[in-house]
Design a protein around this ligand. Structure first.
Ligand code: ADP
Length: 465
């Protein structure tokens, strides 16, 4: 076909070239010591002669390994920017064409171009798309890919003046690469870029804030701590979303709240901007405040990251982000006590409704969390962790379904009373949190804990029910 001919003869690939890259290491944040390794790569360009004179071999290829969005592409660009060399990039998935021979000829053309414009960085994104171990893919697709991979190997080997063209490739799967690719002289250097930690996320937010009108007292730590698990690309997005919202509201400064809300949008989808009456806002605030106020009493749940009463898309009312010990949670190591605490927290909205609005006013606002409490209580009984046989043996089985329900109900009642007790002696704290929530719609970790310090009841909880 015509397309085939055109593609196959598309030898010059100017669209992959970037001259005068202006990305610098200061644009990439949260790298810690990894930065030193990359600075060395820059030296291969700037001090190449010195390396060669001393017989130090310059690597032909560097592999940046890590999940999507952590900044691998940005880093490769920063290397070119710092060294002041040209930057060629291509995604390896673009190599893999339907027509045999196209991928290989693209690789050849790319390297020819890079050499003509040396010194240069060749960046290959998603190397695993083409660099998967040979023979793993059967059929003509596999054949094509093998041809491309072979050409890549030839191109990597083909330089006399090493240091003039350095290839940087990114992959999330270094483990499945063809062994030939990682042999000495090819991609013989691996650099792992992990997801950023708390401090890393803070630094990344700060980098992206540089070009935006940020409020002077912006609490980057608050935003960093509620974006656990997010990567640079997502954090960059949060700053953009926040800026758009600021513009829309006709404001001139980005605040902590803007970023926190943007973080939620990034994480959970667009806000549902329903209008609510003041009374509804208050009711939701009581609901969310109650969970947080009860949760701070329990060791596994006191790590409250964030509170909001902003409505989400979907049916959620608000959102209290409690940070659990993930490892424990995943491995099912939560103790009986933590499960009881969890049930108590889930019942807090219902208990608060009773305390603040009275028994006959009970609404259905807490229906979802009460359901959570019920199912947790049932699994506690079924899982053999309830009091009834605690300390006996693992062979306890309910004779009838009824036994399970009776026991679950007993647990639920105890937890409910406990939630009421905690809320009852924290009325002032509740009122303060509710008022702030209604006023500001969201509270950061720090704002919440300041109120806990000021108004919380310090009476320690009994260790067990
Ligand atoms: P990857 O190549 O690892 O998938 P990218 O480099 O394409 O990730 O990241 C996409 C964007 O996310 C970058 O252009 C940048 O705006 C932002 N970003 C990612 N990581 C970082 C970081 N460590 N520091 C600053 N910004 C980052």
């Amino acid at each position: 076909s015509g397309a085939r001919v055109r593609r196959a003869s598309n030898k010059r690939l100017p669209e992959y070239l970037e001259r005068g890259v202006d990305v610098k290491f200061t644009d990439v944040a949260g790298l810690g010591k990894i930065r030193l390794e990359l600075e060395e790569i820059v030296k291969f360009f700037t001090h190449g002669e010195m390396y060669r004179r001393r017989g130090v071999k310059i690597p032909g290829g560097i592999l940046l390994c890590g999940p999507p969005g952590v900044g691998k592409t940005l880093l490769a660009k920063a290397v070119a920017g710092e060294a002041g060399v040209n930057f060629f990039s291509i995604s390896a998935s673009q190599f893999v064409e339907i027509y045999v021979g196209v991928g290989a000829s693209r690789v050849r053309a790319l390297y020819q171009e890079a050499r003509e414009n040396a010194p240069s960085v060749v960046f290959i994104d998603e190397l695993d798309a083409v660099g998967r171990e040979r023979g793993l893919i059967k059929g003509s697709g596999g054949q094509e890919r093998d041809a491309t991979l072979n050409q890549l190997l030839v191109s990597l080997d083909g330089f006399e003046g090493r240091g003039e063209v350095i290839t940087i490739a990114s992959t999330n799967r270094p483990d499945i690469l063809d062994p030939a690719l990682v042999r000495p002289g090819r991609f013989d250097r691996k650099i792992f870029i992990p997801k950023p930690g708390l401090i890393g996320r803070m630094e990344i937010l700060q980098v992206h804030a540089r070009k935006k009108p940020m409020a002077e007292d912006l609490d980057y730590m608050a935003v960093a701590s509620m974006t656990d698990g997010m990567v640079g690309a997502e954090l960059a997005n949060i700053v953009e979303i926040a800026a758009i919202n600021m513009m829309r509201d006709g404001r001139t400064e980005l605040t902590t709240d803007d970023l926190l809300q943007a973080a939620q949008i990034e994480e959970r989808g667009m806000l549902d901007r329903k209008d609510r009456s003041l009374e509804t806002w208050r009711q939701v605030a009581i609901n969310e405040a109650a969970m947080a106020v009860v949760a701070v009493n329990f060791p596994d749940m006191k790590n409250i990251e964030f509170l909001t009463i902003n409505p989400r898309a979907g049916r959620e009312l608000g959102y209290v982000r409690v940070k659990m010990d993930h490892i424990k949670f995943k491995e099912g190591m939560l103790s009986r006590q933590s499960i009881l605490d969890h049930i108590t927290v889930q019942f807090a909205p219902r208990a608060a409704d009773e305390l603040w609005y009275g028994e006959d006013q009970l609404s259905t606002i807490w229906a979802e969390t009460s359901d959570n409490a019920r199912s947790a209580a049932r699994s506690l009984v079924l899982g053999g962790l309830s009091d009834k046989h605690h300390g006996l043996n693992n062979f306890w089985v309910a004779d009838r379904i009824n036994d399970i329900d009776v026991e679950a109900l007993r647990i639920l009642n105890m937890c409910y009373e406990r939630a009421k007790e905690i809320l009852g002696r924290n009325r002032t704290l509740m009122d303060e949190v509710v008022e702030k929530l209604v006023q500001k719609k969201s509270l950061t970790k720090q704002e919440f804990f300041t109120l806990v310090e000021l108004y919380g009841s310090s009476k320690p909880m009994p260790p067990s029910i």
